[in-house]
Design a protein around this ligand. Sequence first.
Ligand SMILES: [Zn+2]
Length: 121
Amino acid sequence: MKRNDFILIAIILAIAAAGLIYLNFAKKSGDMVVVKVDGAVYKELPLNKDTTLEIQVTGGGTNFLVIKDGHAIIEDASCPDKICVHHRQIEKDGESIICLPNKVVVEIEGSKQNEVDAVAD
Ligand SMILES: [Zn+2]
């Protein structure tokens, strides 16, 4: 391998690393908590406001959503597996908690203005 090739690879790696760091910074906290039941939007709540919501699912199921300190968790649920309850808290754009038995999806959505233009450069 020629010396110039090595330098070129080093530069490419440096650019890739810088890009990754930049993307991590760009991935800011989300703004809205979107609750969906069976694919339909059930409720939208701001992430920056502490609140609780009892999600009533058709068939009698419930998921108890808690929004606190800028993150969201399912604190309790009627489902048998409790995977949603044991899921770690979500707070960043695109993160979600899914309860398969109740068909409940809790998702973080960022503000509508995205930074696609800046990233594309
Ligand atoms: Zn569940």
